[in-house]
Structures are given as structure tokens and as C-alpha cells.
Design a binder for this molecule. Structure first.
Ligand code: 2RA
Length: 336
């Protein structure tokens, strides 16, 4: 018997990517059910691989009480808040892409390459980290383990697909028509960059930036790392980029850093300045890897290191990570 998987928010940008990734990675699915609000319920989604169409069902409390091997949520925090506990109380495993449960104690926040050990023996709601946190941690976790990290200064360059289809449309329309008004963002996004993602907190940081701080602490189980992020939206469709500065706890040897990264799961090192080799969002889009380039030592601090990290925000930053959590749990079950 294959798996019964449900996707809540199946018609959104992340939900659609979840369907695509499930099909591509050959998960043994025997029943895929898709759920959405009244606006999208009744639509059909074509699965070319199986040569069939699935009708999107209306999300209700009752459907969440049915039996699933996994329910993936990609419909935003308020939907997760209401429906994920109902699904969990009915005995279902829930993987939630919203920020709602990420910082709740006893709810695992998981990047399978980094902390899949927390899944062992666990049942209930599992949180998928924020896209900008995920790619940063995939890149820095191997260095954290080897050298320890004192401080991180990170600036993000985030694609509009992180704000969903409406933002993709807004950028497309503004590229075609200079007068097209901004509705999703506070400023015009075409030809611009906006240092404002999610709402501002009293301390001057945005919620997106604080997610990078607190989620990193939780996943690496280390609140002592000093993290100073600036999150910026740029006019790119797919793929977030990050300029990351690390102050390690030991002096770094650049060749060892490259070797560690090259050997780490989920990472592709693309770094050869002489050949103009460094990752960009266009190359990372539609792949499941986290790309690292521009690896260089601080000119002044022997423990300092700079990296440029790029990944597809809808895939490794959301859908792929969620599907990899399913794969990790299924592997744990097989190992017994
Ligand atoms: C963004 N972090 O890119 C969001 C998506 N989770 O805006």
C-alpha cells in the first residue's frame, strides 16, 4: 500500500510546488488529496505522470479528521492554526510550512540534512522552517559543527515568489508597464529593492529577520550564536540569495572549509572566480540544492569567513524540505 498524502493550500505557489516535488521524487503515493478554500475548491489539477486529474476539495474540519499518512500545510498561519491541531488530534502527521508552530516548544523544526534526529519516535505537527533560514542553515551547519560559530551577519536578496502568485504577477506587470501600481509591496518592486519583508518589530528588525535568528537557534540548539540579519526583497522571480558573514570560533583554513562544504549533504559548491563561477538564482531555480560560492576569508579577522548562498525558495525553502521530512520519517520507519 502506498501513502495517503493531503495538501492543504494546494493551489498556492508552495502547494503547487509540493505536488510537483512529490511527483518528481517518486514518493510511493497511492492517494493524493488536495484541499483549498471555497475560492479554489472544485478546480482540477492535472497530474501528467499518472495521466489523471484531481479535483481540489473544500478544506473542512471533517476532512482533517480522516486518515492520512501525511498532511502538508501550505495555506498560511491562520489556516494552520485552526486545522493542523484537528488533523493531529485525529492521529495524523502534519508538516506545516507556516510560521505558526515553528517556535512552539516540543514541535520539531526540521531540516532533514541537519537535524532529522528530532523526528525519531515523534508523531504530531512538524514545522518546516522559513525559506531564508533553511538555505542559510544548510550551508552553515557543517561549519558550525566543525568550528563553532560566534556571530553571523547576513543580508538576504529574496525573490518575489516568496510572497506567492500575486507578487509574481505584480513584478511581471511592472516589468511590462511602468505605471502598474504596487499592491503586494510598499514600493514598486520592478527595478527596485525593498529592505522590508513581513512586519516590523519594536526593535527595528522585521519578522522575517527575526525568524532567521530564532529558527537558527532552535534548529542548531544553540541560543548563543549572535545573528544580525537584513532581509531584502529584490525583483527576481525564483531563488533567494544570501550574503553570509560568519565569525567562527576557530581560525579557518579556506581549503578545509571548501572540502567540508563539498562533502556535505544538499550542498553544491560553485566557486571559481577565475572562471566567473558563482551561483545565481536563475541557475538554482528548479533544483533542490543549496549552492555556495564566493567563499573567502575575512581580510582582517582570521576567524571570519564570507559566503554567497543561493537556493530555490519554493523548493528547498519550502516544498522540497517538507517532502524530505516525509522521506526522513519513512527511512526511520524502515530502519526500525
Ligand atoms: C518570503 N519568507 O520570501 C517568505 C516566504 N516564506 O517572503
Amino acid at each position: 500500500m502506498g501513502l495517503t498524502i493531503g495538501i492543504v493550500g494546494a493551489t498556492g505557489a508552495v502547494g503547487q510546488k509540493m505536488i510537483e516535488v512529490i511527483m518528481e521524487r517518486n514518493l510511493p503515493v497511492s492517494n493524493l488529496r488536495l484541499f483549498a478554500s471555497e475560492k479554489s475548491a472544485g478546480k482540477t489539477i492535472r497530474l501528467d505522470k499518472y495521466n489523471k486529474e484531481i479535483t481540489v476539495e473544500l478544506l473542512t474540519e471533517d476532512v482533517m479528521k480522516e486518515k492520512y499518512d501525511y498532511l502538508l500545510f501550505a495555506a498560511g498561519g491562520s489556516i494552520s492554526e485552526k486545522f493542523a491541531p484537528i488533523a493531529r488530534d485525529a492521529g495524523n502527521m502534519v508538516i506545516d510550512n507556516s510560521s505558526h508552530f515553528r517556535m512552539v516548544e516540543n514541535i520539531p523544526l526540521v531540516i532533514p540534512e541537519v537535524n532529522s534526529h528530532v523526528l525519531r519516535g515523534y508523531r504530531g505537527i512538524i514545522a518546516n522552517p522559513n525559506c531564508s533560514t533553511t538555505q542559510m542553515i544548510v550551508a552553515i551547519a557543517p561549519l558550525y559543527r566543525k568550528y563553532g560559530i560566534k556571530r553571523i551577519v547576513v543580508s538576504t536578496y529574496q525573490a518575489v515568489s516568496g510572497s506567492g502568485y500575486k507578487a509574481i504577477d505584480e513584478l511581471q506587470n511592472q516589468i511590462r508597464d511602468e505605471e502598474y501600481p504596487n499592491k503586494v509591496y510598499t514600493r514598486k518592486i520592478a527595478g527596485n529593492c525593498i529592505p522590508h519583508i513581513d512586519v516590523f518589530n519594536d526593535n527595528g528588525f522585521t519578522k522575517e529577520e527575526l525568524k532567521m535568528v530564532y529558527e537558527t537557534h532552535k534548529i542548531l540548539e544553540d541560543d548563543s550564536i549572535e545573528i544580525n540579519p537584513t532581509a531584502v526583497r529584490i525583483p527576481v522571480f525564483y531563488g533567494h540569495s544570501e550574503s553570509i558573514y560568519l565569525e567562527l570560533k576557530e581560525e579557518v583554513d579556506i581549503n578545509s572549509i571548501k572540502e567540508i562544504l563539498e562533502e556535505s549533504q544538499g550542498i553544491i559548491v560553485d566557486d571559481d572566480p577565475e572562471m566567473n563561477r558563482y551561483p545565481t538564482p536563475i541557475e538554482a531555480a528548479n533544483t533542490d540544492f543549496t549552492y555556495v560560492g564566493r567563499i573567502r576569508k575575512d581580510l582582517y579577522n582570521p576567524k571570519g569567513l564570507s559566503l554567497w548562498v543561493v537556493a530555490d525558495n519554493l523548493r528547498k525553502g519550502a516544498a522540497t524540505n517538507a517532502v524530505q521530512i516525509i522521506e526522513a520519517i519513512e527511512n526511520i520507519k524502515m530502519e526500525g
